[in-house]
Design a protein around this ligand. Sequence first.
Ligand SMILES: [Mg+2]
Length: 268
Amino acid sequence: MNWLPILKGCAKRIREKVLPLIAKPEAAKTYGKGAGGDKMKEIDLIAEKAIIEILDKNKASCTLISEEAGTVRIGRDHSEYYLTTDPIDGTTNAIRGLPFVATSLATSKARNINSVDTALVSDILRNITYTATRGQGAYRNNQKIKPSTESSLKEAVIGIDLGTPKKEELAAPFMGILQKARHIRHLGANALEICYVADGTMDAFIDMRGKLRVTDAAASYLILLEAGGTMTTPEGKELYAPLTPSQTVSFIAASNKHLHGVIRKSSV
Ligand SMILES: [Mg+2]
């Protein structure tokens, strides 16, 4: 089954529904906690509904694994596919009007992050779409992408998510990187930041909080690997995480093996 056109349809519909809500107070209307554990906002629910609408329209059958609704069977037919999604990555950015908001969609036949075979991450505000199909490379608006060859920590642009109350504990292993790296960023939508590593906009992205959900990372993981980048656990092992709404991952994503090694050596 060719999922890519359906994923593109979902992203297009989300964009139509979400753009009018950017920086609007109604986007922030809060409901109970979603399956991923965060409080659901109006904008998250509208985006999730848009996905289900397009799946229904295409008569697609799958098990949807979503940050908000949790695990839901879609379609009448039995399906061997899983669709793992974070409908809105960067909800806080969307509500504030910070122009860095993404949709993440990934399909797989098995329920593990390393089984994802089709992936899409869309930059909603800039209307840029990253896609990958296993074994066929990664694309940004249909143009093939590859990561940077930067290997110097000093020159590299490195994203680090330190969004946790345990900042001291979390920052300690990074002191080597924080001291050497001149360009540290965090833009607030991790799926999109990993795609920025895939297309050479940034050189690395690190999230060791143990808080990032697989729903956010599933699509960009394949996009980065297909582009030629490296993304492993902090210990350097292959990511292996079941696709469930509450499962989290910690990782180092880097444009190339050399920089990945430098980062690993500089973080203890
Ligand atoms: Mg979300």
